[in-house]
Design a protein around this ligand. Sequence first.
Ligand code: OX2
Length: 836
Amino acid sequence: PGVKPGTAVLDAAQAGPADSGITVEQFKQDYRNKVERMYGDGLERVSDLDKYNALVSLVRDYLAEPWLNTKEKYRRTGAKQVYYFSIEFLLGRLLGSNLYNLGLNEVCQQALSELGLDLRTLRQVEEDPGLGNGGLGRLAACYLDSMASLGLPGHGMGMRYRYGLFEQRIVDGYQREYADDWLMDGFYWDVRKPAEAVEVRFGGNVRIKSNGKTQYIHEGYETVLAVPYDVPVVGYRNGMVNTLRLWSAEARLSEVVCAPQGGSDCQKAVEYSQTVEELSNILYPDDSTYEGKALRLKQQYFLVSAGLQSIIRNYRENNGHLREFPHKIAIHINDTHPVLCIPELLRILLDEEQLTWEEAWNITVQTMSYTNHTILPEALETWPEDLFRTVLPRLYLIVRDINEYYCRSLWEAYPGDWDRISRMAIISYNRIHMAHLAIVGCHSVNGVAELHTDILKNKIMKEFCDFSPAKFNNKTNGVTQRRWVSLCNPALAQLITDTIGPRWVEHPQELAQLERHSADTAFQHHLLKVKLQNKVALAKYVKEKHGITLDVNSIFDSQVKRIHAYKRQTLNVLHIMALYNRLKENPLLDIEPHTFIFGGKAAVNYHIAKNTIKLINSLADLVNNDKSIRDKIKVVFLENYNVSLAELIIPATDVSEQIPTASYEASGTGNMKFMMNGAVTIGTLDGANIEIKQAVGEDNIIVFGLTAEEVLAYYRGGGYNPWEVYQDNERLRQVVDQLINGFFPAAGDLFRGHFDSLLHQGDHFFVLKDFASYEAAHQVLDERYKDRPVWLKMCSANIAHSGRFSSDRTFAEYATDIWHIRPDTLPFSASEKQIR
Ligand code: OX2
């Protein structure tokens, strides 16, 4: 608590194509009025929080008209709508991005400054919305930005969690978790829509009535009220405002009978409301393991059922029969969490619309598409059949029917091959396999990077791919350059615009034009200045928050992401330990000064990951306080890594650590953000790193380590022998021993778990195996850095070739290949690209 990551403010010269039409004078007037009307007090007397809230409220006023116009246009043109269902949307702060996309940033900055206020300070008041964990949720947020900015009629469907993932504090080197009460001061961006609330039903039983036609009557269920909160999603200077609809669980207490005796029974009603609201209270705090808890299943159904009901209600108001549904609506399922969309849409079509199974099934499959984000076995969702039947009795019957039809078709294709059929079935050994349901019920299944999709097609989902190859396709992830360059690194954005003009903000592939300037001394000089300025800003934050002084002339080397064994923060640590040992042996060792930056949360119950945080902090204590190495290296662990902190770290970073065990990181998206900001990647050939290498060329990235093929081959052969590697490499042996030999004076046996997993448990993630090549890669990196013009050319090449990793590119691909929305059918023509 206390110091929050700051925010950068854009320069006026970054004005893009369309103008908001609002003058500084008008803005000032509107803002004063807003403060007075909201607080009955003058601007001079209200708090920063009040000022921030009033500013949000004013921006919302400004975007009301385009929001309304966008909805009107969708209605009028009947454009096909995409709904992106995701259990997480990691939005980050919205004030800056909304002002920027509305084209109001400069006006607002100027107006506030004339009123004696600072936009940067007010932007810092905003809490990061606690609606996601990591990569999967942040990707969904990038896609919202791209959908609106590309003029695609695409909306988000998500959960409005009362509490986010915990707030991380570091106490004595350990992670401590505190409630992330992000809604405490209210969230002024969303609009509660109680009139559009729907009911979601849980439990009870299904009575089958048969008089000519079979009817399924769901009885004895419990009802939860789903109330939508709509968040505007502003497109970049194109007059478009899409909607992110977040659902909150509420109890309608007025419907709960308090007994005539009153008293304790009304108390019960309140208790009941608390159990209902529990549904949207918590965000499950891990994105890489699966928690088979009933509450999670309920949450998933809650999101899906509420979302689909509202889509269908809206559809009916504007369209005819549901037979046309797939021509007007596309539903995208972000990983398996919203897969219940499939049986839920079937339920509505069968039970409420009375369509035949065949009709309902065809509509469902044509409407749904699914993205897989991980092959980690521990993340693949399966539900016990009994639990599923109890919580969702009607959906259970539907899933059973889907399974039966599907297994029949498998039988026709593979008669007698029971083993294969049971491996591919949706229900087997009393469990429901959500990924299988997704593959069967969707017309498209995609992975998130080429290697990941290959692994899906040839390994994890091979049998499904053999059965229906046409479904499988790749969509390599992307991130929005608007948040991840323009907003978080305005100085770089300015330099790019000065060099190649402003079109790159909307056409990121034009960044390639920078290539021509990459060896240019003036350009390089500016690039260096920008990086230094960003390092100074980060160093200031680190000093205020952690009391550590950073050398802004050192290499800033960052690994910021969730703490996970497969992401191998431990490999990074062992390398730093080895470097430290070398410096201790030879204090005159000629190395570039380094600042190693870490950040990331460990899941609450993931003990070894939590110990990794302690390990990093122990190393930081040792290294930062050892005068003998003369500040050649520093190590910092930045507390509570989140979107806002990323916006501060990424622009200041020289070296981007992307070092997972090959085959494990489906794509990665941090790698893309760092690249766009001119950091050079040191990485394994995994996920999107491979495509980054293709884009920048092998001279502009440093790769090391086993390939995915090699890793998988070792697994097939039963692993490898870490002892051999340990025996053969003295420097490695030293650092591994130091985990347990008192090198960390206060640690005792704390890191024995790490030691054992490396040496005695087969080193599942090949940390020791990749160590030597990682160390060599770092040496290459140092060499390159020493020759500054060469280094800056590498940085420029990374920026120049990052256009391919824009979520604009990814989303255009989803739109054409999966949702079949042709750009020429989009409701906004180029001439309409202005706010008013
Ligand atoms: C993550 C993946 O681990 C990461 O590699 C990928 O870049 C990101 O999703 C976006 O596609 N939860 N988080 C992920 O997968 C799951 C499941």
